[in-house]
Design a protein around this ligand. Structure first.
Ligand code: ADE
Ligand code: ZN
Length: 336
């Protein structure tokens, strides 16, 4: 079986705030005087039992309130990049819940100075490249998203660190189409576009997001596979799906790894990738997600290689940079 850590890979679906380890949450909560209803990191970790997406999101939004200073944003970003480097990640795209920070009075400069300093150090010291995905929250008002966007785009040097606009948050009951004007604004800035859909919502939610936003990429998308016609459309359009197996298990989208459709999706011709979403919350970073799929779904070495290769071809990077990553990837595989 191919060794996962030795395989170069990109992580395309990772939430900065979802990478907070319980120990980091407790450390920052003490440092910043933010009270949380947990005695210590073990008590917090014990609360990571989720019934569904919403029970997780409640904790995710509570946890991110400990991020206040530039140093906090630096440390959280850096901690993820160190773990990613150990897992063989060369490039990572971070969803950042901008509204979740600006709404608490954190400034764009505070947030972005810390993130950008970690991106610089991550590239120089760890060899991991990174960009940011401006993550909207679909359950929040459009006006709030617009205000956050306007606040952010006043700063050209931060705009340059963003590769895409994306959208997470509660899925069922929260259609995407009203956010179309912001997606069009993002496209005009040269950003790519992605959206969480088909995680908890069924194929109809994926259809709504495709029609509503015309995204370049789909986050999760696993439930699209319930609809043969939609699946064929996604294959024909070459859509990259950022699948997160351990997330889907912890949020009870599927009962077991054996029941996860990742292998069938890949074999059907969908361009799927493997990602971690919110790793400490769901019990593993990208390497653990690959290993769970490799063992639980009996993926062959060639299939694992295809998944890793898809992560570079599906990345939100300039074409020439994708070409360089793919050439290096193919050399690494040939030299095994
Ligand atoms: N925000 C963080 N993780 C998420 C997920 N898995 N789905 C929707 N929104 C999220
Ligand atoms: Zn996500």
């Amino acid at each position: 079986m191919i060794a996962i850590a030795s395989l170069p890979k990109a992580e395309l679906h990772l939430h900065l705030e979802g990478s907070l380890e319980p120990e980091t949450i407790m450390r920052l909560s003490e440092r910043n005087g933010i009270a949380l209803p947990f005695a210590d990191a073990d008590a917090l970790r014990a609360a990571y039992e989720f019934d569904d997406l919403q029970t997780f999101l409640d904790l995710f939004y509570a946890g991110l309130t400990v991020m206040v200073t530039e140093q906090d944003f630096y440390e959280v970003t850096r901690e993820y990049l160190e773990k990613a480097a150990d897992d063989g990640v060369c490039h990572a795209e971070f969803h950042v819940s901008v509204q979740g920070h600006l709404g608490r009075g954190v400034s764009v400069d505070t947030m972005m100075s810390g993130i950008s300093r970690a991106f610089e150090d991550g590239a120089a010291e760890l060899g991991v490249g990174a960009s940011m995905i401006f993550g909207l929250q679909r359950q929040r008002p459009l006006e709030e998203a617009e205000a956050a966007f306007e606040d952010f785009v006043k700063h050209p040097r931060w705009v340059a660190l963003v590769s895409a606009i994306g959208m997470g948050g509660s899925e069922v009951g929260y259609p995407t189409a009203k956010f179309r004007p912001l997606y069009d604004r993002a496209r005009a800035l040269g950003w790519k576009t992605t959206v969480h859909a088909g995680e908890e919502g069924g194929p109809e939610a994926v259809r709504e997001a495709l029609d509503g936003l015309a995204p370049d990429r789909l986050d999760h998308g696993v439930r699209a596979f319930e609809d043969a016609e939609l699946t064929q459309e996604l294959i024909d359009s070459g859509m990259t799906l950022t699948v997160c197996p351990l997330s889907n298990l912890r949020l009870k989208v599927f009962d077991s790894i054996e029941a996860h459709p990742l292998a069938k999706m890949l074999r059907a011709g969908l361009k799927v990738t493997v990602n971690s979403d919110d790793p400490p919350y769901f019990g593993g970073y990208i390497g653990a997600n690959f290993v769970a799929a490799q063992r639980g779904l009996g993926l062959s070495d060639d299939e694992i290689i295809q998944l890793a290769r898809n992560s570079f071809s599906g990345a939100f990077l300039p074409e020439d940079q994708i070409g360089r990553y793919l050439a290096a990837f193919d050399r690494a595989i040939a030299g095994r």
